[in-house]
Write a protein that binds this ligand. Structure first.
Ligand code: KE4
Length: 424
């Protein structure tokens, strides 16, 4: 059977050959492999090659690929029908699990993507406050809706400019994008624009510029300034929710946001996301209140079954310390191997998410990530890929470990990295 050239076929009918840009290897060069299946912590390509996988569907698969409990629950749900457009008990069960795990969340609405979750949360915040301006942070990614595809204007505290073609300038002018971890910039903007600000939306641990940790006082400042100004604080925990702790970053750092966005882990690999928060805010959402938001497949039974099975298998808070230990062993091992070859490498770890940066110290904001050595990252990525390790194909992405990753796999990864650093 002649090998199918999936990459050529894909590029003929899909923009860039992919359904999401990062999969195209655009940041690292080369052509992506096409996956036949996932097994635990490994991906198997259609030609039989296999890799230890640190992408794990961008964080969704915290138990690993095709976990038997998730597969069984999802298959059983499929056999009962894929979608009804009518309420089902599992929607209630998953919402109850989320509410029980996140004290700041009294009520949730299921949606189908992180983009929908953050878009809807912003709409609620604008409705609750009657204000239009939102504050985000450069390097944080909240999905691809117009309000948040905005990058910083010329000055740190000037209104934004579109970060994508097709985003109206008028929309961008309602968004302020500040440097992550910059407490002074936040205080200054609230001093000047506080009365107009509907919400601040933040990744409480940034994961879309690599993993960048909040500096002490940063999240606390956001909580104080928003409360003083009557603005809402939105934690975008699409990546950190059930990834950095059972109760997400809000439990890890002890901050209660007004609204929370979730995704990835709560869907077990299916298109499931959610936004939630104080009941008084969620009661503004249709059909109860004037904020309209809807979705044909929101809360669909197959996604609910997958998410419930994954959360069930995670079990609770005790799942996370061993996961973080493994991520830390990986990060420390990579930094140590790089040191042996006199390659500057820094790392950041939060729960089961981890990044390494070709720099002397871990970045605290987007500009510092931009300044890291991307050429070395590209060569590192391909050297690992040739040695059976699939690292995220961009210096602006986080890597993810799962319960399926073993210490032996970490050792194999470190051996591959040692050889890679020798050639950098
Ligand atoms: P989706 O619309 O892609 O489901 O979620 C958007 C989103 C929102 N908020 C955060 C914190 C996110 O990390 C994401 C999506 N994450 C990326 C990974 N960097 C998804 C990967 C991709 O775009 O293909």
């Amino acid at each position: 059977m002649p090998e199918v050239d999936w990459w050529s076929r894909a590029q003929a009918v899909l923009p860039g050959g992919v359904n999401s840009p990062v999969r195209s290897f655009g940041r690292v060069g080369g052509a992506p492999f096409f996956v036949e299946r996932g097994e635990g912590a490994e991906l198997v390509a259609v030609d039989g090659r296999r890799w230890i996988d640190y992408v794990m569907s961008w964080g969704a698969l915290i138990l690993g690929h095709a976990h038997p409990d998730v597969v069984a629950a999802t298959q059983a749900a499929v056999a009962r029908g894929l979608s009804f457009g009518a309420p089902t008990p599992d929607e209630v069960r998953l919402a109850e699990r989320i509410v029980a795990a996140l004290p700041s969340v009294e009520m949730v609405r299921m949606v189908n993507s992180g983009t929908e979750a953050t878009m809807s949360a912003l709409r609620v915040a604008r409705a609750v406050t009657g204000r239009d301006v939102v504050v985000k942070f450069t390097g944080c990614y909240h999905g691809h809706h117009d309000s948040l595809l905005v990058r910083a204007g010329s000055g740190a505290a000037t209104f934004g400019v579109p970060d994508s073609a097709g985003v109206p300038a008028a929309w961008a002018r309602l968004t302020l994008s500040l440097p992550y971890n910059d407490v002074e910039a936040v205080t200054d903007v609230f001093r000047r624009e506080g009365a107009r600000i509907a919400a601040v939306i933040v990744e409480p641990v940034a994961g879309n510029m690599g993993t960048v940790l909040p500096r002490p006082g940063f999240l606390e400042t956001l909580r104080e300034r928003t409360r003083e100004a009557g603005a809402l604080l939105i934690f975008d925990e699409v990546m950190t929710g059930f990834r950095v702790a059972w109760g997400g970053a809000q439990r890890r750092y002890g901050i209660d946001p007004d609204l929370t966005c979730l995704g990835k882990v709560i869907g077990g690999g299916m298109p499931v996301a959610a936004y939630g928060g104080r009941a008084e805010y969620l009661r503004r959402v249709a059909p109860l209140g004037p904020v309209y938001q809807a979705g044909t497949l929101s809360g669909n039974p197959v996604g609910m079954a997958a998410g419930l099975a994954q959360l069930e298998a995670i079990g609770g808070p005790a799942f996370y310390p061993p996961l973080e230990d493994l991520a830390t062993a990986l990060a420390d091992g990579l930094v140590e191997r790089a040191r042996r070859h006199r390659v500057p490498l820094a790392s950041a770890v939060a729960g089961g998410m981890v990044s390494v940066f070709f720099a002397d110290r871990a970045p605290t904001r987007f500009e510092e990530v931009e300044a890291t050595d991307h050429g070395r990252f590209r060569r590192f990525f391909h050297a690992l890929l040739e040695r059976g390790v699939f690292w995220p194909p961009s210096p602006y992405e986080s890597a993810f470990v799962s319960r399926a990753h073993t210490p032996e796999m970490v050792e194999a990864t470190l051996a591959a990295a040692d050889a890679a650093f020798a050639g950098l």
